[in-house]
Design a protein around this ligand. Structure first.
Ligand code: GDP
Ligand code: MG
Length: 440
């Protein structure tokens, strides 16, 4: 998803960056391009216009124009405003003061209600809850069966009363949940191909009778502007508490993700990214903004690197590098530094262009711990002078760290490769991100 938009935005920013110092006209031109890119991605017209106006206003401020890197500052503002557009900080699921918490899922037919009721149930179950799925789509003959199949896969019980009145089904389900200790009740309601009065009245009846803690509207992101219109109507009629945006794994252009919040004022809480029960993600506006910007979370990464990498330690390493003395002490230092930044996969995926490449790669963060364990089982002397490490020392280290001799050998080889790499880097004389060229 979002590739087209990301490409267009990065083209606009590239032109900005090539300018160095910016004037008002440069910013205006870039924002015109951003606006076109948003419209092409099916973003609501008014949303796109307001968005670029806000960014322009902020960017044309003297602080930005006079900064050393005005283009970077503009991109940063776009990033911040995209985040704000999609809802600022992450939205949470409500929780009832006296259980069960009632979640009602509604939306058009085919949007993904039944599937996402199952996905939410799995997510909640994994967090230690005891969800109950409730079958309220009484109109489609196969709907109850579908929910039962989902429930079975999820390992979550399904409450059904055939084609009884949905309001009655809900009341009975809540009683059942209380009796059986289900703290979360997820109601899978009926959909229609289009918004229709009969359905809306039924949903309103359910809402008024059982007062759900969450009314989550499930919308199909592939339908773009239509998804936003649907969200607006459902919200007017039901006062929804949040949105689940589904099928984000398809080639959706992004319009729905960007406009839903601005048009309805309601947050996207989850996104669906596939047909399987585990394909559900909590929606993070900031991460989504960075993805749309098509440059990974590179801004966050830079900020992270600045705040978390201990400047002194980095300088010390740089100096060692210059002197061509990179040993296991330094490697251990670097491991600690990198670990401060969080799981390695998330660090790496923030680098531009890395997200796609990392999609199916499984990085085991324990590898860092294993390396650290081996280094810690070395004597200080060995750490500073790896050439001392002979076969009997290797066996001692392997035993001390609970690894195999092969693992120790591999680590020695890695250090050698790093030393080589460092030599090359030293030749070029540039190390902007100490700690980031680690080969593990
Ligand atoms: P409902 O009518 O709203 O209950 O929709 P369903 O849950 O039955 O889903 C309709 C179709 O969309 C099914 O074939 C689902 O497998 C599929 N689907 C639902 N969510 C997603 C998603 O996030 N990604 C993809 N690729 N397919 C989805
Ligand atoms: Mg359904």
């Amino acid at each position: 998803a979002f590739e087209g938009l990301a490409d267009k935005l990065s083209a606009a920013f590239k032109r900005l960056k090539s300018k160095g110092k910016l004037n008002e006209a440069d910013v205006k031109e870039a924002m015109r391009e951003v606006r076109l890119a948003l419209l092409e991605a099916d973003v609501n017209y008014k949303v796109a216009k307001d968005f670029t106006n806000t960014v322009s206003e902020r960017a044309i401020g003297s602080e930005v124009m006079e900064s050393l890197t005005p283009a970077q500052m503009v991109i940063k503002i776009v990033n911040e405003e995209l985040t704000a557009l999609m809802g600022g900080s992450d939205a949470k699921i409500a929780s009832a003061s006296s259980p069960p918490t009632i979640l009602m899922l509604c939306g058009l037919q085919g949007a993904g209600k039944t599937t996402h009721a199952g996905k939410l149930a799995v997510m909640l179950k994994n967090k230690g809850h005891r969800p109950l799925l409730v079958a309220c789509d009484i109109y489609r003959p196969a709907a109850i069966k579908q929910l039962q199949v989902v429930g079975e896969k999820a390992g979550v019980p399904v409450f059904e009363m055939g084609t009884a009145n949905p309001v009655e089904i809900c009341k009975a389900a809540i009683r059942h949940a209380k009796d059986y200790g289900n703290d979360m009740v997820l109601i899978d309601t009926a959909g229609r191909l289009q918004i229709d009065e009969v359905l809306m009245n039924e949903l309103k009846d359910i809402k008024n009778t059982i007062s759900p803690h969450e009314i989550l509207l499930v919308v199909d992101s592939m339908t773009g502007q239509e998804a936003v219109n649907v969200a607006k109507t459902f919200d007017e009629l039901l006062n929804i508490t949040g949105v689940i945006l589904t099928k984000l794994d398809g080639d959706t252009r992004g319009g729905a993700a960007l406009s839903v919040r601005a048009v309805t004022g309601k947050p996207i809480k989850f996104v669906g990214t596939g047909e399987k029960l585990q394909d559900l993600e909590v929606f993070h506006p900031d991460r989504m903004a960075s993805r749309i910007l098509g440059m990974g979370d590179v801004l966050t990464l830079i900020e992270d690197a600045q705040s978390k990498l201990d400047q002194k330690a980095a300088e010390k390493t740089a100096q060692k590098l210059m002197q061509n003395k990179f040993d296991f002490n330094d490697l251990l230092d670097q491991l600690v530094q990198v670990k401060k930044m969080g799981p390695l996969k998330s660090v790496l995926s923030k680098m531009p262009g890395m997200e796609k490449q990392l999609k199916d790669v499984d990085i085991d963060d324990r590898e860092m711990d294993r390396i650290a364990a081996i280094i810690l089982s070395m004597t200080p002397e060995e750490r500073g002078k790896p050439s001392l490490i002979n076969p009997s020392r290797k066996r001692r280290m392997a035993a001390g760290s609970g690894m195999k001799v092969e693992d120790v050998n591999r680590l020695l080889k890695q250090l050698e490769q790093m030393q080589k790499l460092m030599k090359q880097l030293k030749g070029r004389g540039k190390r902007r991100f100490p700690g980031m060229g680690m080969p593990f």
